[in-house]
Write a protein that binds this ligand. Structure first.
Ligand code: PGA
Length: 241
């Protein structure tokens, strides 16, 4: 059975105080959300501890935005899986296009991070997607299949979420047509050994397009950036019709 997973990716937004303020506004808005929807917040490292303490008894699950492959070591600026699980983190985004584009993340390091996350019983959310240039050149499928082939070597597909995020749709307001997102996600599923891996769409998901996106048969959820920063807009997304 495929699960529905709606995850917010706060990126480099919100202090601890702002994160707690969000929570106060958000929790009452999801009291009627159907039980079968997993609700995840992937927040900056500094907000993890205070959110984790405030989430007790709530259905919201906590996610981080990166994880290193070693358990500890001389890796300035990185974070290890045991540091995340200790504070109640259950999910972690791996291979987001912003990490690949600005911080030198490669398919090889993505693969190492995925395996380390799983070894610590974190559920990784693996991001894949093509640039505008690659799409225009007709390379969408080959780019994504190549990412999947490299990223998923020796990765356990029973504890995995994938997010299809066309890079040209991220933060641009330029959403991928839901039918096209559905088509690509169907192709991604065909590359997997476990057809039940939840596959999300990400890229300018908003309250006014979530219903259409979630109506697509192959799409199991969303990874939401900008629209996850306000309680009302993220709640409307989580409460899609
Ligand atoms: P966006 O970001 O919703 O702001 O486009 C999505 C993401 O980067 O995960």
């Amino acid at each position: 059975m495929r699960r529905i997973v709606i995850a917010g990716n706060w990126k480099m937004y919100k202090t601890q105080a702002e994160a707690l303020e969000f929570l106060q506004g958000f929790i009452p808005l999801i009291s009627e959300t159907p039980e079968d929807r997993e609700v995840v917040l992937c927040v900056p490292f500094t907000a993890l501890v205070s959110l984790s303490q405030s989430l007790h008894g709530s259905r919201i699950r906590l996610g981080a935005q990166n994880v290193h492959w070693e358990k500890e070591g001389a890796y300035t600026g990185e974070i290890a899986a045991p540091m995340l699980t200790e504070v109640g983190v259950r999910y972690v985004i791996v291979g987001h296009s912003e990490r690949r584009q600005y911080f030198g993340e490669t398919d090889e390091t993505v693969n190492l991070r995925l395996k380390a996350a799983q070894a610590a019983e974190l559920t990784p959310i693996l991001c894949v997607g093509e640039t505008k240039q690659q799409r225009d050149a007709g390379e969408t499928e080959s780019v994504i299949f190549n990412q999947l082939a490299k990223d998923l070597v020796d990765v356990d597909q029973t504890n995995l979420i994938i997010a299809y995020e066309p890079i040209w749709a991220i933060g641009t307001g330029d959403t991928c047509e839901s039918v096209e997102a559905n088509r690509v996600i169907g192709l991604i599923r065909k590359q997997l050994t476990n057809p039940d891996v939840p596959i999300q769409y990400g890229g300018s998901v908003k309250p006014d397009n979530i219903d259409e996106i979630m109506a697509q048969p192959e799409i199991d959820g969303a990874l939401v950036g900008g629209a996850s920063l306000q309680p009302a807009s993220f709640a409307r997304i989580v409460n899609f019709q």
